[in-house]
Design a protein around this ligand. Sequence first.
Ligand code: GLV
Ligand code: GLV
Length: 320
Amino acid sequence: IRARVFVSRRIPPKALQMLQAGCDVNCWDSDEPPSRKGYLDSVRGIDALFCLLTDKIDAELLDAAGPGLKVVSTMSVGHDHIDLQECKARKITVGYTPGILTSATAELTVALLLATSRRLKEGMRAVVNGEWGTWKPTWLCGSGLDGSTVGIVGLGRIGIAVAQCLKPFGVAQFLYSGRSEKPEAESIKAKFVPFDDLLQTSDFVIACCALTQDTAGLFNKDAFSKMKKSAIFVNSSRGGVVNQEDLLHALTSGEIAGAGLDVTSPEPLPTDNPLLKLDNCVVLPHIGSATYSTREAMAVLAAENLLAGVRGEPMPCQLD
Ligand code: GLV
Ligand code: GLV
């Protein structure tokens, strides 16, 4: 018998066709998520779930699905939205999509860093609003990367790729912090330092860490107060690693120079959020992996993970 699969959103057609070839697929055919109730109803009796990073996969949802659910496959590298312990307790295998989105996410992180440090948001607005006036020697100056110190918090695949992208800009030194020293750091000659040292020394502080118990709210009042007044903070990991109240204070009080965020909490960020009014804060709508080819590759890998799981085979990318 064919496995029953729920796909929680419209996904690239190639991945959907792969799933349909082997399974009975119920696809929520919209870019908008189902309501929580709609989600709980849709998972009832399924064997496998194809989900996104915005879907909360917790005990309640797993209970609603029932004991037949054996596979959860997320189209994301991040998996903080999935309760892995609950999955493990139910012997549900979980797949994710590391690796293939690394370069797209690193590229977006660099774009966000440059947009923030070189004040592109203010510049673009000035052109449109007729504030350009004339070429002014001191207008819209920002910090350059040449000769700078870049600190990367969480030197995983994406952190390394960000450093490799930034190196040609003339970065003088890379620092990183995290749970452990990484042999891969050698390729960019990055130095492993305590978190506080990284904050104090870096001109650019980039969060590339996963959201875990250890990193939740890591960038708080204390952390921002240790950064240079000229520091640019960039986050392309998860909004939850930042205390946004504290970031707002750091940006408005001049404790740091600017922040570029591809991720926030909540997402979407309400349009009346004060961060959006600030000249020195650039906010993007979680588009790190959003290239055509990357999104298709993520969906295909998530489909491959799901199909392997359904067959009882090891997934190409399985979490454990
Ligand atoms: C994007 O944030 C992902 O986790 O894939
Ligand atoms: C995510 O892919 C990471 O390890 O940085």
